[in-house]
Design a binder for this molecule. Structure first.
Ligand code: AHR
Length: 493
C-alpha cells in the first residue's frame, strides 16, 4: 500500500465557493424537456404538465442555476416561437439535432418550472441565426417590469412579474463549425459586443457570458478566446468554456481526466489574463464552465425529424461516476476563477436523472457525486497540500489522489472530497492540526467491485454512496482509501 498525505491549514484559503458552481443545463434536445421535465400525460404531472417526480429529484440535487434553452439548439432558435397560447405555437425543424420542436415549452414555462424546482435560470440568446435585436427583445420580455410592447406581452401571457433572469449567455459554442451560423472569432467578438451593449442598456443588472472555446481540442483554441476577449473584455463578466470526457479504453487515462480539466482552466485563465494586461484592465475575467460531464460522443446517433427522440441517453457506470467526481473536485480547487459550472445536462440527455416515458425516474450513478459536492462543497475552498504517489497517464505525471477541502466556518464544518485513481489502496494521513482536532461526522464512499455497474429502472440503487461511519477525534487521521474510490469526509470543527 502506498502512502499519501493531505495537510489542511484553515487559514490557507482559496476563496468562497460560488454556489453557482453547482449549476446544470437543460436543452431542447432529445427527451430533456419533453418526457424529461415536461410530460402532461404522466400520472405524476402537475397542472402545468411538469413531472413532479423529476422536480423532486432536481430539488434533492440543490442545483443553483439551470442554463436554458441550449446548446446547439440555441443557434437556430426563435425564442418567440415559445411564447403565447401553446396550441398556436409553430412546429419547427431543429437543424442542430435533426428533430421536430413542438415549442410546447418556452421561456415562460421554463421560468415557472425553475421556481418549482427551486433553481435559478441562466438564459441564453441566439448568436447564430439570431440578431442583437432579438436578444434585446427577449431580455426586455423577460425582465422589464411593464409598459412596453414586450413586457406587456409577457403580462398578457399570464406572467405579471418579470422573470428577473440575471445571468445571460451570449450564444453557444460559436467557435464550432457544427454550430448553425458559426462565426469567426473576429465576427463573433463584434456581434457579441454589440449584443452585450443592448442587453446592458435594457437591464444593467444582468451578468453576461461570452463564448470561449467548446473544447481544448479545437484547433482555434486558445486563439479564439483571445480574439473574442479583445473585443468584449470590458463588457463580459465570464468567459464560457466547455469540455466532455469519455473512456477510450484505458481506465487510468479516463480517471485522470481531471488533469485535462485543470490544464484547460489554467490556460483559459492565462489567455484571459493576457488580454487583461493588453487592455491595462483592472478587471479579472472569471470563467463559466457551463458544460462539463462524461459524454460518450462516439455513440451519438441522430434520428430524422422525430419529436423528442431518445438521443444522447448515456447510461453512466460506476467508473463514470468516479471520473465525474474527480472533475467536481478540480472545479472546487479552481473556484477562485471558475464561478459558474453547469453539469451538462440535467435530465435524460447525458444526465444524472433518467426517466421512462409514462414511468419512473431514477438517479444515475453520476447523480451522487454531484449531490454530495453540491450539498457539502459550499463555503471557503482551502488550499491543502497534497503529497501522494503519481503515475504516467496520457496527461503526463498524474497524482493518484485528487482532493479538495471546503471549510464552512459558520456551520463549523470541514468537508474533504477525495478520489483515489490507483488500482490499489492508498493510506491517507490527514493532518488537520490547525483545526485543533478533527472529529469525523461521516465518511461516505462511492466504490464497488464492478466498474461497469449502472443504475437501472429495476435496480435503481446498484451504485450509490455508502456510509463508513466515523472516526475518533484526532489531529492526524489515518484512513485507507480503497482502489478506485471517491470519498466525502465530513468533520465537525
Ligand atoms: O450538451 C450537448 C451539446 O454539447 C450542446 O448542445 C453543445 O453546446 C455541446 O457541443
Amino acid at each position: 500500500m502506498q502512502n499519501a498525505k493531505m495537510t489542511i491549514e484553515k487559514s490557507f484559503r482559496l476563496g468562497t465557493v460560488d454556489n453557482r458552481l453547482y449549476s446544470s443545463f437543460i436543452e431542447h434536445l432529445g427527451r430533456a424537456v419533453y418526457t424529461g421535465i415536461y410530460e402532461p400525460e404522466h400520472p405524476d404531472a402537475d397542472e402545468q404538465g411538469f413531472r413532479r417526480d423529476v422536480i423532486e429529484l432536481v430539488r434533492e440535487l440543490e442545483v443553483e442555476l439551470v442554463r436554458y434553452p441550449g446548446g446547439n439548439f440555441l443557434s437556430g432558435y426563435r425564442w418567440t416561437d415559445g411564447i403565447g397560447p401553446v396550441d398556436q405555437r409553430p412546429r419547427r425543424l431543429d437543424l442542430a439535432w435533426r428533430t421536430i420542436e413542438s415549442n410546447k415549452v418556452g421561456i415562460d414555462e421554463f421560468a415557472a418550472w425553475a421556481k418549482k424546482a427551486d433553481v435559478g435560470v441562466m438564459a441564453a440568446v441566439n448568436m447564430g441565426t439570431g440578431t442583437p435585436q432579438d436578444a434585446g427583445d427577449m431580455l426586455e420580455y423577460c425582465n422589464f417590469p411593464s409598459g412596453t410592447a414586450w413586457s406587456d406581452l409577457r403580462i398578457k401571457h399570464g406572467y405579471k412579474e418579470p422573470h428577473n433572469i440575471k445571468t445571460w449567455c451570449v450564444g453557444n459554442e460559436m467557435d464550432g463549425p457544427w454550430q448553425i451560423c458559426h462565426l469567426t472569432a473576429e465576427d463573433y467578438g463584434k456581434k457579441a459586443l454589440e449584443t452585450m451593449k443592448i442587453l446592458e442598456w435594457i437591464d444593467p443588472s444582468v451578468e453576461l457570458v461570452v463564448c470561449g472555446s467548446s473544447t481544448t481540442l479545437m484547433p482555434t483554441y486558445p486563439e479564439w478566446d483571445r480574439v473574442v476577449l479583445e473585443h468584449t473584455y470590458e463588457k463580459a463578466d465570464y468567459l464560457s468554456i466547455h469540455r466532455y470526457y469519455e473512456n477510450f479504453g484505458n481506465d487510468l487515462d479516463f480517471l485522470a481526466s481531471f488533469m485535462d480539466m485543470d490544464e484547460f482552466i489554467h490556460s483559459a485563465c492565462a489567455t484571459a489574463d493576457y488580454v487583461k494586461s493588453l487592455k491595462r484592465s483592472k478587471k479579472t475575467m472569471m470563467l463559466s464552465f457551463d458544460e462539463w460531464n462524461v459524454w460518450y460522443q462516439k455513440n451519438l446517433q441522430l434520428h430524422d425529424w422525430i419529436e423528442a427522440p431518445p438521443i444522447l441517453e448515456d447510461r453512466y457506470s460506476l467508473l463514470d461516476a468516479l471520473v465525474f467526481g474527480g472533475l467536481g473536485i478540480t472545479l472546487i480547487n479552481n473556484s477562485d476563477r471558475v464561478r459558474i459550472a453547469c453539469l451538462a445536462q440535467l435530465v435524460n440527455v447525458i444526465a444524472p436523472i433518467f426517466t421512462e416515458k409514462n414511468g419512473k425516474a431514477i438517479r444515475q450513478t453520476t447523480y451522487y457525486p454531484f449531490k454530495l459536492l453540491s450539498k457539502y462543497g459550499r463555503g471557503e475552498a482551502l488550499k491543502p497540500v497534497l503529497i501522494c504517489p503519481d503515475a504516467e497517464t496520457k496527461y503526463g505525471r498524474t497524482p493518484l489522489l485528487n482532493a479538495c477541502a471546503v471549510y464552512n466556518e459558520e456551520a463549523g464544518e470541514l468537508n474533504v472530497f477525495a478520489l483515489n485513481i490507483a488500482d490499489e489502496e492508498l493510506k491517507l494521513t490527514l493532518d488537520g492540526r490547525s483545526f485543533g482536532s478533527l472529529a469525523m461526522q461521516e465518511h461516505l464512499i462511492i466504490r464497488g467491485d464492478d466498474m461497469n455497474a449502472i443504475n437501472t429502472f429495476d435496480k435503481p440503487d446498484a451504485v450509490k454512496p455508502q456510509s463508513l461511519g466515523t472516526a475518533a477525534p484526532a489531529e492526524c487521521l489515518e484512513l485507507v482509501l480503497p482502489a478506485r474510490s471517491w470519498h466525502v469526509l465530513r468533520f465537525k470543527v
